[in-house]
Design a protein around this ligand. Structure first.
Ligand code: F3S
Length: 412
């Protein structure tokens, strides 16, 4: 029986799915989409052609995926997946409990059976799953959603792993939020003219600082004309805006596709307020969210996954040097960047120096608990935030300082 949904109009096919005529899995998925549509007062569902699922190898997500598989569901559209952890490779280095190992395997099996593309990367918008301008999609993952909305100009709400998977098996999502032009308008103006934004690290600190202040507003950034953000800068900015806040959409005037001018970025509206960010705001933020220095046991990089450009930078910084014996240096990346790093010689340089590069792996997984007795270093506030919830303190530094720390075995 269909309950609620005063505004929502269902097609005959959608009613059949809700009634279970396309199997129990699709019924379960449709019930979830139906509930979301009602909460957000959507009037209809729209077809989509791609999704990205934040497969987390956590129990709730895994059970939902298994229920859909048991109910006969399959992904109708291209559906890429976030990283769990490379069970085969990392089990050689770290011990985890049988329960943790079996959950990771269960999760990967469920997503394989449902027909997802097992790319295991949190930067799908840079290669594996790239929506077109204006395309409606369902992307979960806090670093992926702002990238596809803001940098590519595709249209996704801030999906969870289960809502993105439900959308993937039905091939539809409820039309609300960022699917509408009017909800994509900038709401506040951020002036960055005074900042020196040379590295992804600085963009990340900026994102973390602003996410806390602006919540779920849509910032419009004004840069110095000489600043041109790289892909990695934009990834870090979005990941952190969407970690300390709930910002899945931003504009940079003259850079992002829906902001050729200020007027267009705000869609003719006036900003509610403006913020001028100073270097002092960023240094104070880093101080606040970073632990105090000392002896270290881990450098953890690649949250979001490092691109080939970032791997090359690490190789350059490490060439001819060695990671201190008591320190482990791990870099998480995508399978494709790992392969490129091998072909290009960066992998060997990093290995020779004592560092490690691993694909298919997220920093928020139980395999890293081996290091929880010591202090870690990262260039990513998101990494520090997630790892601290699991029990390891992290110092947050720019990449060159991270590599220096890995060589010295300590950090200021
Ligand atoms: Fe990627 Fe995991 Fe960080 S999915 S963005 S490495 S928390």
């Amino acid at each position: 029986m269909i309950i609620g949904g005063e505004k929502l109009k269902l097609t005959e096919e959608e009613k059949k799915i809700l009634d279970g005529k396309q199997g129990k899995g699709n019924q379960r998925a449709m019930e979830l989409l139906f509930a979301l549509a009602n909460v957000f007062e959507a009037e209809r569902f729209i077809s989509i052609h791609r999704a990205h699922v934040a497969l987390s190898a956590q129990l709730g997500d895994t059970v939902f995926a298994e229920q859909l598989v048991e109910g006969g569901s399959e992904c109708k559209i291209t559906t890429t997946t976030n990283p769990p952890w490379d069970v085969k490779y990392l089990s050689k280095y770290f011990s985890v409990s049988n329960d943790e190992l079996s959950l990771a395997n269960r999760s990967m099996q469920a997503y394989k059976k449902i027909g997802a593309v097992l790319n295991y990367s949190c930067i799908p918008g840079l290669g594996d799953n790239v929506p077109r301008f204006g395309e409606h999609v369902a992307f979960s993952e806090s670093s992926a959603t702002p990238y596809v909305n803001s940098v590519l100009g595709a249209r996704s709400n801030r999906e969870s792993s289960i809502s993105a998977l439900a959308a993937a098996v039905i091939g539809k999502t409820a039309e609300y939020g960022f699917h509408f032009d009017c909800n994509r308008a900038g709401t506040i103006l951020i002036r960055l003219e005074e900042l020196d934004l040379r590295t992804p690290f600085k963009w990340g600190i900026l994102g973390f600082y602003l996410g806390k202040i602006i919540g779920n507003e849509i910032p419009v950034f004004q840069l110095k004309p000489s600043v041109y953000p790289k892909d990695e800068d934009l990834l870090y900015l979005g990941a952190e805006l969407n970690t300390s806040g709930a910002v899945s959409m931003y504009h940079i005037v003259d850079i992002t596709p829906e902001a050729p001018t200020f007027q267009k970025a705000f869609r003719g509206n006036k900003p509610k307020y403006e913020i001028a960010v100073k270097e002092k705001d960023l240094s104070e933020t880093r101080e606040k969210i970073s632990s105090r220095g000392g002896k270290i046991n881990l450098i953890l990089l690649g949250c979001p996954h490092y691109t080939i450009k970032q791997i090359k930078e690490v190789a350059t910084l490490l060439e001819g040097k060695g990671v201190a014996q008591e320190v482990a240096l791990w870099i998480c990346t995508s399978y494709s960047a790992l392969e490129l790093a091998k072909r290009s010689g960066y992998f060997n340089i990093i290995r020779k120096a004592g560092g490690n590069l691993v694909a298919d792996t997220c920093i928020d997984q139980p395999c890293w608990k081996t290091f929880e007795t010591g202090l870690g270093v990262t260039d990513s506030p998101k990494c520090a935030y997630y790892r601290e919830r699991r029990g390891q303190a992290f110092v947050i530094k720019d990449i060159d300082e991270c590599i220096q720390a890995s060589i010295k075995g300590e950090v200021e």
